[in-house]
Every structure is written in C-alpha cells, then in structure tokens.
Design a protein around this ligand. Structure first.
Ligand code: SD4
Length: 330
C-alpha cells in the first residue's frame, strides 16, 4: 500500500486526533509505570477511590484527578471545598480551583460563586478558551454559558459557623497546633490530588473554598499554577494545602517539583520548599503557619512534609488505600 492510500484508509477509519491519541497510548504502554493517586489529607480517601476507579478503567490521569476532586466538592459536610465550604467574612462562598495535565495544559478559576464544581469550570477554561485563568463574575458567566447551574453553596451548617464567627469577627489564619488538630477532626480540608495513569502520564487538580472568613476577593495558592499545584511530566508533580499566602510566597508546588528535578526524593523536595519559607520568614513566624505539601515523581514514588505536625496524605495504588502521616519541620 502506498503512503497516500494508507493515509486515506486510516483517515476513513478514525479521525487523526483519535489516531494520535491511540499511538501515544501504545507508546505509553511500552514503558508502563504503575498507576497511583495521592491527595492532601486523610479525609480524601473517598476522592482517591473515585480517581482510582477511573485509572483502572484506563482513563487518563486528567480524568482521574478531575473526577476525584469532584467528590469533596459535592459533599456538603466538607467545609473547605465546594458545596458547604466556609464563606468569606461577608458570608459569600467563593471557590478557587486549578487543573494541570501532562502536556503543560492549565486552567483555573478564582473567586467563583454559586457553582459546585469549580474544578470542572477550570478544566473548561483549559480546554475551551485561549486563556488559563478566569476570575469572579467572568468565571461565573463562562460557567453559566457552558450549562452549569447556579446553586446556593452556603449550607445551614456553614451559615451557622459564619454567624458564630461574626460575634468576634477575628480573622486569624495563623494558627496553633491545637487549632489545627481541632480543624482536622471536623474537616477534610482543601484537596490537592496528583495521579499517574497507565500511559505514564501525570496530572493534578486542586480545589478549595479558601481560608474561611477571608476578605471578599482574596485568592490563595490553590488556583495558582506553581503555588497550589504544579505538574511536569518529565519530573513529577506537587500540590499544597495550608495558609495560601505563605505557599504563594515560595511558589510552593513549583519549588517542590524543581527540587525533584535536581534529584531529591518527593519527601526531601517537600521539605526543601518548607525550609525555604523558614529561611525567609524565620522560625517564630513559621511556628504559627501550617503548610503541607504532597509530591509524586514520575517513577511513582510519593512523599509529603509539613511545617507543623498533623498533616496527612491519602494514597491509593494497586496495593490498596493508605494514609501517611507527614513528618514536620517544626
Ligand atoms: C488557601 N490553601 O486558600 C488554601 C486553604 C487550605 O486547608 O489549604 N486550607 O489558602
């Protein structure tokens, strides 16, 4: 068969995009790495399970992390993400989310109101626009134009918590170990999720309602590529949780990925990023700030590290589901 005939025949069988996808799937299988998914916080094992179902069904890491983080977004009991997330000081729930795939495609929304699945809007920003970030009203307008429905995200539980907060109106994201312990008992917290699929591709997603009782319009690290999330297929991926202002200060997730690039294990890389903040701001300051990083390198090795104790990472792979207690720097 000459080349022209071959191309015509193939063209009749499948669109070129499908063909190239299948070819890269085949190439991926040649050096197949083991599928895995990891998330910030032990409470996100259910989200990992959803992502794992996608991975073993042969779906991409991108689909896995997307579907996975939708679980806490839809859970009204989770007061840090999506529906039921704690509001800002004006009682308005604003969501931040971002997503990144193996090919460096990125999308994010910031300060999105009234839409449960901020991560799905972030993915649409990535796939359907020439941009990478949409904020506030523009993000909402874009979501509505793409068929999303407006919902009230402030549940009676989160409204009650906000009303109680209003009595003192003290905003203090700087925290103590005891406060962190109390919060973890009640909350699952922001979810950052990273995965490797059966084609050896990495992707990540991060979604949150941000720091409770923040100023209206405040954006943290979670929707910022390089801060709350970063993926480089040649190296690995990282995601962050905790006080976003501090994560942004050190371009947290990107810093973790760069440390892995220079040969550090995922755990060492998370520690190196935290050490940078301590060097910059000093120990007394950092003793009141919680940050946790998770990391996954492209060999499928995982690691985590936090500034203060009590950070956890949820892992799902073919051996089952596991929770890792992070080491802490301070
Ligand atoms: C933020 N990093 O908005 C988020 C909050 C968070 O667990 O992770 N909470 O700063």
């Amino acid at each position: 068969m000459n080349r022209r005939k071959f191309v015509q025949t193939i063209g009749a069988l499948a669109p070129l995009t499908t063909l190239s996808k299948n070819l890269s799937a085949f190439e991926g299988n040649v050096s197949q790495k083991k599928s895995i998914v990891i998330s910030t916080w032990s409470g996100n094992t259910k989200a990992n399970e959803k992502a794992w179902e996608q991975l073993i069904a042969g779906k991409s890491a991108l689909d896995a992390v997307h579907q996975g983080v939708m679980v806490p977004e839809a859970d009204p009991e989770d007061m840090s993400v999506g529906l039921g997330g704690l509001p800002d000081r004006d009682g308005i729930v604003t969501l931040d989310a971002c997503i990144m795939d193996h090919a460096g495609n990125i999308g994010a929304v910031m300060g999105l109101e009234n839409i449960v699945h901020a991560i799905s809007v972030a993915r649409l920003v990535m796939e359907k626009t020439p941009h990478v970030q949409l904020v506030g009203d523009g993000a909402l307008q874009f979501a509505l134009e793409h068929g999303f429905e407006k919902e009230n995200l402030l549940t009676s539980k989160s409204k009650k918590a906000w009303k109680a907060w209003l009595k003192q109106s003290q905003y203090n994201p700087m925290t103590t170990v005891e406060e962190i312990e109390k919060r973890i008992e009640k909350n699952h917290d922001t979810i950052g999720m990273l995965a490797i699929d059966s084609f050896s591709n990495l992707s990540g997603a991060c979604t949150t309602s941000g720091m409770a009782y923040k100023l209206h319009g405040r954006v943290g690290d979670s929707p910022i590529i390089g801060a709350g999330l970063y993926v480089d297929n040649e190296v690995g991926a990282a995601s962050a949780t905790g006080v976003g202002e501090e994560v942004v200060r050190i371009c947290g997730s990107h810093t973790v990925v760069e440390a892995m690039r220079y040969g550090h294990s995922p755990e060492e890389a998370c520690k190196i990023a935290l050490e940078r903040l301590v060097k910059m701001k000093g120990k007394p300051y950092c003793q009141k700030v919680q940050i946790g990083f998770i990391a996954l390198n492209n060999k499928g090795e995982t690691g985590c590290y936090s500034l203060l104790p009590n950070f956890t990472m949820a892992v799902r792979n073919e051996e089952g589901s596991n929770v890792i207690s992070s080491k802490s720097l301070l």
